[in-house]
Design a protein around this ligand. Structure first.
Ligand SMILES: [Zn+2]
Length: 490
């Protein structure tokens, strides 16, 4: 159709326009930078699909998206690389790029700038602070693109003692021997002081959909919760608390909890030990009602999709497009498209689906989490697509979890994704991604493929392939439900 139009124009003797329209396009999207310290230099360009491309006179593969690329070995000093695109009528377009390569392998480069680490200065006397909504503790003062490694979220209005600070964190004394960091934006100064308290009475009840443990305390205290496997146990350390609870009465029949026990693990740290009946946990929450610490442990839901509410999160959106492929394809678009396909498939099977976003809008991580918690989802999957590594290679698929209790869920989805014949980029645990942090429901992150890889961008640009990704993701969730069913039969 396009060629026909060009020839019509040519017949009309509008030579200028026809020669303009016939020139194959050529845009360099990677490797244009003027200097590098790496000898292996990746060049990526884009032209109209169907054209040919040559880098330093070597023909390279042009993907269906029009992208192409190659790795060029540079000589020390100045290099000139020629890139040519050629269309069906043998017209060409060319560009030369000049790259200076400096070999620094022998020069002494300090690996890390010592000033890069924030310095903690002491605060004396200690500053009384309290938590605000969405507060969380970090193990240390480190940070990367996902933020500092999180210990867990904390309820608001918990008094803490700040004994040090960096520019954006307070160092807080949780107990005699435990400290943690907390971002300053999630605390406020208070007159209330964090002091060691005795615990009061405990109550354990079956509320219908959860088992609820209530521990009465004179004031709110910071805590840290985690799950252990073999046997499946939820542990909650309450800091600044000494046990003075002399019995734990369990009257009615519980749905998920087998028993509750406690240990005084340090002079001022009380550990709550919750042994579950099932191998697979369906989530729990820790928070306060007045000064009572309340732990809600979810019962196992019906394991049929038609009875479940599944949360789906499409990464990025609005002014945050996420990774952008070499053709300009936005990750936020691909994520949402895959999520909408998964939603349709799940709804066809009778599941109720809750989305964090249904259009190209930006939503904070805290809002996304709130949507899923408010909807009381049974399970949540966040869908992203990766970036990094070589543009010329297939990089692969990967799934991620933070809490060990979600490992099998992430593995089930990964196994089904691998059936597509893509490379295994891996199963990653302890992942510090915000949407892997909630303990309220099982969750995982799927990084389907790499936006930055030319062969994988070609797949992601294809709606039929995105449908296949969605189908595999649904099969993965179904596999997990089967796994849970089987574990209950034993
Ligand atoms: Zn992403």
């Amino acid at each position: 159709m396009k060629l026909f139009r060009i020839s019509t124009l040519a017949l009309a003797s509008i030579f200028f326009i026809s020669s303009q329209a016939a020139t194959p396009s050529l845009k360099i999207t990677q490797g244009k930078k003027g200097s590098t310290t790496k000898a292996q230099h990746t060049i990526v360009g884009i032209t109209e699909p169907g054209n040919k491309a040559f880098i330093n006179n070597k023909e390279v593969h042009v993907y269906k998206t029009g992208t192409f690329g190659d790795i060029v070995t540079l000589n020390e000093g100045d290099n000139t690389i020629s890139i040519i695109t050629k269309n069906a009528t043998a017209e060409t377009n060319s560009q030369e790029i000049k790259i200076n390569y400096k070999n620094i392998s022998n020069s002494s480069l300090s690996s890390k700038d010592p000033a890069a680490r924030p310095k903690t200065t002491h605060i004396s006397p200690a500053l009384n602070i309290k938590t605000l909504p969405n507060a969380y503790l970090q193990f240390g003062d480190g940070s990367d693109r996902l933020g500092g490694s999180k210990m867990g979220y904390l309820e608001a209005e918990i008094p803490l003692k700040a004994i040090g600070q960096t520019s954006n964190l307070y160092l807080v004394q949780l107990s005699k021997n435990r400290v943690a960091y907390i971002p300053k934006e999630y605390v406020a100064e208070t007159l209330e002081r964090a002091e060691v308290d005795n615990s009061g009475s405990w109550a354990i009840n079956n509320t219908g959909k959860t088992d609820r443990i209530t521990i009465s305390l004179p004031t709110r205290h910071a805590y840290q919760a985690w799950t252990q496997l073999d046997p499946t146990t939820i542990c909650v350390d309450i800091f600044g608390v000494t046990n003075n609870s002399n019995w734990i009465t369990q009257r009615n029949k519980l749905g998920m909890i087998e028993y509750v026990d406690w240990r005084q693990v340090d002079c001022d740290v009380l550990r709550v030990i919750i042994k579950l009946k099932d191998k697979y946990s369906w989530g729990y929450s820790v928070g306060y009602e007045n000064n009572n610490l309340v732990i809600n442990v979810k019962h196992c839901p019906s394991l049929n999709l038609k009875d479940l509410t599944i949360g789906l999160d499409a990464g990025h959106g609005g002014k945050y497009p996420g990774a952008i492929g070499n053709t300009g394809l936005k990750e936020s678009f691909v994520n949402l498209d895959i999520v909408q396909r998964i939603k349709k498939l799940l709804e066809k099977k009778g599941a109720k689906v809750v989305l964090s976003r249904d259009s190209d809008v930006d939503i904070t991580m805290a809002e996304r989490k709130k949507i899923f918690c408010n909807a009381n989802v049974d399970l949540m999957m966040s869908v992203h697509n990766n970036a990094g590594g070589s543009a010329l290679k297939e990089m692969g698929t990967s799934t991620y979890f933070k809490h060990i209790s979600n490992r099998d869920l992430a593995q089930c989805v990964l196994n089904r994704m691998l059936e597509l014949g893509v490379r295994n980029f891996g199963l990653t645990g302890n992942f510090n991604f915000s949407l892997n942090a909630p303990t309220e429901y099982p969750n995982l992150l799927l990084e389907a493929l790499f936006m930055s890889s030319l062969p994988e961008e070609e797949l992601l640009a294809d709606p039929d392939y995105r449908q296949r990704i969605a189908e595999q993701a649904v099969k993965g969730i179904e596999d997990y439900l089967k796994l849970v069913k089987q574990s209950k039969k034993k």
